[in-house]
Design a binder for this molecule. Sequence first.
Ligand SMILES: Nc1nc2c(ncn2[C@@H]2O[C@H](COP(=O)(O)OP(=O)(O)O)[C@@H](O)[C@H]2O)c(=O)[nH]1
Ligand SMILES: [Mg+2]
Length: 321
Amino acid sequence: MDNSKELIARVLDDDDKGAIARLISIVERPASREREELELWLAAQAETGFVVGMTGAPGSGKSTLVDRLISQIRTSDERVAVLAVDPSSPFSGGAILGDRVRMQNHTQDAGVYIRSLATRGHLGGLTVAVPRIVRLLEALRFPWVVIETVGVGQVEIEITGEADATVVVINPGWGDSIQANKAGLMEIADIFVINKADRAGVRDTRRDLENMLELGAHDHRPPIVETVATGGDGVEALFEALVQLKVRLEESGELANRRATRRLAEFDRLVMSTLRSTVESLAERTNLRDRVREGSMTPVTAAAELIEMIKISSNEEEGGR
Ligand SMILES: Nc1nc2c(ncn2[C@@H]2O[C@H](COP(=O)(O)OP(=O)(O)O)[C@@H](O)[C@H]2O)c(=O)[nH]1
Ligand SMILES: [Mg+2]
């Protein structure tokens, strides 16, 4: 049995990466005494990090870019944690393994922590765990946390929503920016990266992107940065764009706003999922569902009865404390 206080000390005093992994598994797992203790500690920590979501089609070069970005961040000696999230399939060992290889340069660096998260076929669980893991990493004194998601679907956008800022990676080539538009990325992007800028079509892609951004209702038009992740060109410019964005979001109060919204969303999700499972198990145990199905009880009466039972059980719980 690990004591979370001890684990935290091992991370903060000795940069123990094994201890980080143990702490992550505590916040991932269902509620426990250890998790409660950890939550108390987390609640007392200031939110001082900056969480960057990196999204874009598979193969667009996100992992290569993140690898370069890590090096760039490390030149200023700041610590960085990366979460590589693959919500698309339970069989994603390949993609994640590839990411691991691409970010391997940093395994010896105590100031870099890289963790892959696959879904094991359960999407909901992942989106529930990500905000807790991000908050943990930030509290463990990682001023930079990068979340890389594999695809550009709804779940990826949700996961990116757990970041303070979103970087959308596209490639030169006809239609890529249009895809980004369709996927709803125009609205959520704070920075666009045209990676693989060593290939033809960069200027056209930039123009497409600018045209589409012109139509959107942005208070701040997202900057477009061209990079060649394989060679490292443009990565410094991307880092500078991120630093500028961070300052702007902090100074305008937008960062605090985004975080408040996220905290509320997490709260709502947790309450709703707990309520849902409570209701489902009650309905099951009391045969209310069966009776509604058979027609021996009306839906209205059955619903009222169930809700009454929930009220009684929550009162009992309070009385018992
Ligand atoms: N030509 C070129 N290839 C790149 C560039 N960035 C990444 N790649 C290659 O694109 C492939 C996919 O990269 P990866 O980082 O795994 O993409 P991800 O799926 O978005 O994480 C790899 O073979 C990279 O070497 C780039 O700027 N130019
Ligand atoms: Mg990748």
